[in-house]
Design a protein around this ligand. Sequence first.
Ligand code: SAM
Length: 231
Amino acid sequence: KLSKRLESVANYIIEDSAIADIGSDHAYLPCYAVKTGLAKRAVAGEVVEGPFQSAKKQVQNEGLGDRIAVRKGSGLEVIEAGEVDCITIAGMGGPLIASILEDGKDKLTGKERLVLQPNISAIAIREWLLKNGWKLIAEEILEEDGKIYEILVAEKGDPEAPYHHLEKELLFGPFLMNEKSPAFMKKWEGELANWRKILVNLEKASGSEENEEKKQALQKKIHYTEEVIQQ
Ligand code: SAM
């Protein structure tokens, strides 16, 4: 059975599409998408040999070799431009997902839907989307086994449309901040407690210029977070 996290990612796959799952590891997501009829075919991309082999094995065991191509390579280099309608990248840090998109820009035609699931620092993805003309169309936050995950869905379009207070919403997510679900509250209450501790330590440390800058940046995030969770 698929994890709640990957099932939630799958919910945003366009029906009857061709998908590419980048950093697929065991290829659970493309196998599920093809088996359930959500995707008609899929590419599973993996850059590391071990996970690449487990993806191949999984696809073979499930008898899906005619509809899922397992390819070895970094990021979007495993697909041709226009080959897929939907790209999923899940279970990595936001900065890594953003760098995969940045490095693979020439493979994006603008017709794809991007379904991205960062484990941390979703802000790096929102910033990339904003800079590159992709419009955030949905967000989800969920908790599984005590961990909190975010899902960001984007399509080519006006990248500024979802934002009202850019700096704040890049951090929290415009949809998530509006919805304020229990998982959202839990995540940011945790971050807030953590940042407050770091701030206390910075205040104890020497007042170097670098420290001052860090303190100010942290104070700003603390202030924003207090505002958002207390409203
Ligand atoms: N997507 C799966 C999931 O969400 O359960 C697997 C997540 S796993 C933690 C991250 C995978 O991404 C690893 O198997 C790693 O080898 C792969 N990976 C990391 N950087 C990559 C890149 N640039 N291109 C393709 N795969 C990459």
